[in-house]
Write a protein that binds this ligand. Structure first.
Ligand SMILES: Cc1cc2nc3c(=O)[nH]c(=O)nc-3n(C[C@H](O)[C@H](O)[C@H](O)COP(=O)(O)OP(=O)(O)OC[C@H]3O[C@@H](n4cnc5c(N)ncnc54)[C@H](O)[C@@H]3O)c2cc1C
Length: 413
């Protein structure tokens, strides 16, 4: 379940819609419940494809037993979907607790010093965690969801989504600082982060929103399109669940040291928060159709050569679009991630965010787009479900290549 509402089902499925979801320690999934992507919940879909007998494009239904379907589950807009049937589990009630007093150094501690307030520990206890750390602050906005059939004594019952008004209506104090940054004063980031943190703490208190309980969607959907428009870079790290703390602690340490080194050169490329979530991977076995295969081109697709990898960390770094130095910052972080995680984890891109950065912007690294990223969907796959197979399938279903755009021309030639 993406955190954002007001998007279309087609848009969420096209790019790899996900939320923050793993089973807590000992939690058994409900029938129909899975902990990966929205795309893997599709039972069947209708797509507009070429029909050679009528020499025209027609709507055709694909179910999870058909081999082409796995290319259509996440497709980046290389096809057109008109309808989907989704598998769902019975609704659950969730408690969502917000904490703003757990230090980042505690949450993202290295595994050797990590304790009961570490990211991995919250993940073990509840399975559903999101940390948002505003720039130049020490205490993240930590959200922890737990399955609670009955309302806990201290919670507030919520009957509707979007319970955090403060991210969706930009307060004057934040607007002033954003305006300063946009007008050429990037060092205002030093004030922006602490201001956003203060607004969050005050907002949670004012709206009695730090301990909510209710139907899952009412606690999981919390961002509207009216939120501050920020650029996002980052990616997905696939690893064993036992390596989660190691991976997040390395990420946090590298991010902080890179911010400090840019700052030493008078640059403030990152003025938005970092966001960290975790999900499971996509497996055909969670689909209620025998023989179902997971989406081909999705960050969460399992790698057959790494059967112990069962967790994905979604690491996002946000900033005001066009902030000086941000393209180089994203480029540096991406290069670091590839080498740092190589020995025990794998890196993939999150399609709906910025990727393939160079100093001129996102989606400009031709080598990444034509070699590295295709390779990410080729390692540990076979010739009937890898990147090349997916592209060939799109070309069969759309031989006149009408569902294209300049980005796909490069990525999916
Ligand atoms: C504030 C904010 C928060 C977000 N939070 C999350 C999150 O928590 N989790 C997450 O996964 N994502 C998140 N996103 C990303 C969001 O899910 C994607 O940007 C999504 O694609 C937006 O859907 P849309 O309906 O606006 O699609 P559009 O932006 O209109 O389209 C996106 C892509 O989908 C294709 N597409 C749309 N409909 C169809 C269709 N019917 N058939 C074929 N292709 C189609 C389009 O061609 C395009 O390539 C967030 C985005 C924002 C702005």
């Amino acid at each position: 379940m993406p955190a954002v509402g007001q998007i279309t089902v087609g848009g969420a499925l096209a790019i790899d819609g996900h939320g923050a979801a793993l089973p807590a320690k000992g939690e058994l999934p409900e029938t129909g419940q899975a902990f990966g992507s929205l795309s893997n919940m599709i039972l069947s879909l209708d797509a507009v494809v070429w029909d050679s007998s009528s020499i025209s494009y027609q709507v055709k239904t694909y179910d999870r037993t058909m081999p082409e379907t796995k290319a259509l589950l996440t497709h980046l807009g290389r096809t057109f979907i008109t309808s989907v049937t989704l598998q769902v589990a019975a609704n659950q009630n969730l408690r969502c607790q917000s904490f703003t007093n757990v230090a980042a150094s505690t949450l993202f501690a290295s595994p050797s010093t990590a304790g009961s307030q570490s990211f991995a520990s919250y993940l073990a206890n509840t399975g559903r965690v999101e940390a948002i750390l505003f720039p130049f602050t020490q205490y993240p906005w930590l959200k922890v969801w737990s399955v609670c059939p009955n309302m806990p004594l201290l919670s507030r019952h919520t009957t509707a989504p979007y319970n955090y008004v403060f991210p969706d209506i930009i307060p004057h104090s934040v607007a002033v600082l954003v305006n300063k940054i946009i007008s050429g004063n990037p060092e205002a980031a030093l004030e922006l982060g602490p201001t956003e943190y203060a607004v969050t703490v005050a907002g949670l208190a004012a709206f009695l929103a730090s301990d909510l309980w209710g139907a899952a969607k009412n606690t999981q959907l919390y961002i509207k399109a009216s939120t501050l428009r920020l650029a996002e870079g980052g990616g997905v790290v696939l690893c064993q669940r036992s390596d989660v703390q190691r991976a997040v602690s390395k990420f946090a340490a590298k991010y902080n040291s890179l911010v400090a080194s840019y700052q030493a050169n008078g640059q403030y490329p990152m003025n938005g928060p970092t966001e960290i979530r975790a999900t499971g991977l996509d497996s055909g076995s969670t689909v209620l159709v025998s023989g179902a295969e997971p989406p081909c081109l999705f960050a969460l697709t399992e790698r057959s050569d790494q059967p112990t990898w069962d967790t994905a960390l979604w690491l996002n770094m946000l900033t005001i679009p066009g902030t000086p130095g941000s393209y180089n910052f994203y480029t540096d972080m991406a290069a670091w991630a590839r080498s740092n995680y190589a020995s025990y984890a794998g890196v993939r891109v999150e399609w709906s965010k910025g990727w393939a950065y160079t100093s001129t912007g996102p989606w400009t690294d031709t080598n990444a787009m034509t070699v590295t990223l295709p390779n990410d969907f080729t390692i540990g796959r076979t010739s009937t479900d890898d990147f090349a197979w997916a592209l060939a399938t799109y070309d069969t279903l759309d031989p006149h290549r009408i569902f294209l755009n300049p980005l796909l021309d490069l990525l999916a030639p």
